[in-house]
Design a binder for this molecule. Sequence first.
Ligand code: AMP
Length: 143
Amino acid sequence: MFSLRSGGLLQLYTKELLIPSERVAHVQVGNSLEHALLVLTRSGYTAIPVLDPHYRLLGLISTPIIMDSILGIERIEFELLEQKKVEEVMNVEIPRVSIDSTLETAISYLVDHPFLCVEDDQGYFEGILTRRAVLIELEKNNK
Ligand code: AMP
């Protein structure tokens, strides 16, 4: 039977497949939903990390969360986009993995999430690990 263990993929470190923080589109807690929607739309991603001014990871913001937060009973309340802040609506229940962990830990989260936020032992954001990067590595290992 095919085994992920035999290829050594699970023993790779998260940091080896990481998209580093400086290449990750993100917003800051104090930003408005309007700004977040602009970054999301321009980047083409549906969810991006929310960081504090010290680059600590606080949560994720996504287009569906933003749209849901401006839905009124009879209309979409677009004016709320500039009034509300990212911190009021962001998702804080997100899986986080350590830069020093192996893919063995990460891979179970990647079943349900297209990417994981990676942080150091003090909670500073290091980058993201995408399901895509892991699948590309898996494909390489099987050639
Ligand atoms: P991908 O594996 O490229 O399809 O990316 C999966 C998800 O990871 C995207 O929908 C984004 O939410 C996130 N993502 C990937 N690359 C970046 C990036 N450079 N900046 C921010 N988010 C990203």
